[in-house]
Design a binder for this molecule. Structure first.
Ligand code: EPZ
Length: 417
């Protein structure tokens, strides 16, 4: 789906937006829903292409999946197929999270390697090592992965890196294996906690989610439930950065302040006023942005890698030099040439981006390289003088629901063709 976003920037954006449910919660929770032989209703699911593709995967294995008014209803009682077709696996990287769930549901699974991604190689070695530790046979051949759960057994799985996806796959594989399994060096992201809360509501016995050590006591069966997804912390960070880059003020409805600590601390250090009242947040940009001495992306609860791109546009207006170090992915500075085309002065050196400010951006014709990079270029266009065009082959729609409508409601001159 090729789109063009046309933006006339340099307006202070003010107003209120509702934050969508978390994309990176919905995807593993939809995979988890097949572990019951029941119907699950998952509420506050954002209408994103990644969610739609995941529903197609559910249907490919024989489940029924319907989307209505923010609720996805999945019935996995008729699941019959253990194979996910390559064209669906390639649509999104997170399709790999079906590996553990389908293997345990059907006793075996066959699927191609997941979609690559502009962020880097994104191998799945940690996923396969974890499943093998659980006694699951996993074979890679000609770009396909085949698994067999006939000898599955509870185990201690230690992850060499706290991979979000590998942690999710390990949980989904272990949750119905009889006995006590343990995951050490597990990812601690809020989306992992959301997945475990969903599974426990279905009848699982998982403790320790949100810490690096997760205990799983396998259960024989899980039941269908109704469940509401947590708010999307990266979408919230994106709108906070829109306020920063345009000198405006934005009220956020549906946020969890505890999920935004690293983001909030950084923005306050940059001079922003950030307040929380229950499930609502508020940000007011400072008249002058203090540059970020050093932002280092780290596994949660550190500064999230998904937020570093959307922080760049306002740091270009910073009062001196900011440094961003990207420690999670090897190729997540792809928007730098286009930001420099708009008038920024950013130099990248390995995993570091050095942003020299203050600079005023001017509109230009740019291309979205990935999901968060596309959002960042939109933010840059909102703060730039003049008109910008952002070409996008569908990256932004993967992760942001109603982005154009929300930005327009804040007072922006933006349209999409
Ligand atoms: C999840 O990706 C998120 N996606 C990403 O969000 C997010 O950036 C990432 O976690 C880190 O927080 C979803 O949840 C759908 P990882 P995931 O496994 O699970 C390496 C977005 O914009 N690695 O924690 O793929 C990997 O290459 C997306 O919403 C291995 O080496 O991330 C990367 O360098 C982008 N071997 C690092 O670990 C493996 O087997 C972190 O990856 C697995 C991962």
């Amino acid at each position: 789906m090729f789109l063009k976003y046309i933006v006339k920037g340099d307006r202070e954006l003010c107003g209120s937006v509702r934050i969508q449910g978390a994309k990176n919660s919905v995807l593993p929770i939809l995979a988890a829903s097949i572990l019951s032989n029941d119907k699950c209703e998952i509420h506050d699911c954002p209408d994103l292409s990644d969610v739609r593709y995941t529903m197609e995967i559910l249907e490919a294995i024989g489940c029924s999946a319907a989307y209505e008014n923010g609720t996805v209803t999945v019935d996995s009682s008729s699941a019959f197929n253990c194979e996910i077709p390559p064209h669906l696996m390639r649509q999104l990287r997170s399709s790999i999270v079906f590996l553990g769930a389908v293997t345990m549901k059907m006793g075996k699974a066959r699927m191609s390697m997941p979609g690559g991604c502009p962020l880097g190689a994104r191998p799945i070695d940690l996923h396969l090592k974890a499943l093998k530790a659980l006694g699951i046979k996993a074979r890679e051949e000609a770009g396909f992965i085949e698994t067999d759960a006939s000898d599955a057994k509870c185990a201690h799985v230690h992850l060499a890196f706290p991979s979000v996806g590998a942690t999710e796959n390990t949980i989904l594989a272990a949750v119905k294996i009889k006995g006590e399994s343990l995951i050490t060096n597990a990812a601690r992201e809020p989306e992992i906690v959301d997945l475990c809360n969903f599974l426990n509501a279905m009848g699982a016995h998982i403790t320790g989610s949100g810490t690096g050590t997760i205990h799983i006591e396998g259960v024989a069966s899980l039941k269908g439930i109704n469940y509401r997804i947590i708010p999307d912390r990266i979408a919230a960070a994106t709108y906070m950065c829109i306020a920063m880059a345009t000198g405006g003020e934005i009220e956020l409805e549906n946020v969890k302040r505890d999920h935004l600590t690293a983001i909030t601390n950084e923005l306050r250090d940059e001079g922003a006023r950030v307040e929380f009242f229950g499930e609502r947040g508020y940000i007011r940009a400072p008249g002058k942005i203090k540059s970020a001495a050093m932002i280092k992306t780290m596994p949660y609860p550190g500064f999230p890698t998904d937020a570093q791109s959307v922080f760049m546009p306002h740091l270009i207006k910073g009062d001196s030099t900011s440094v961003i170090v990207e420690n999670i992915f090897e190729n997540r500075f792809k928007i730098v040439p286009d930001l420099n085309l708009m008038g920024a002065d950013i130099v990248t050196e390995g995993r570091s981006a050095i942003i020299r400010g203050p600079r005023q951006l001017s509109g230009a014709h740019v291309v979205a390289p990935d999901l968060r990079g596309g959002a960042a270029l939109l933010i840059a266009a909102l703060s730039a003088k003049g008109e910008s065009v952002i070409e996008d082959e569908g990256h932004i729609a993967r992760g942001y629901e109603n982005l154009v409508e929300n930005i327009r409601s804040l007072g922006a001159d933006i349209r999409c063709e």
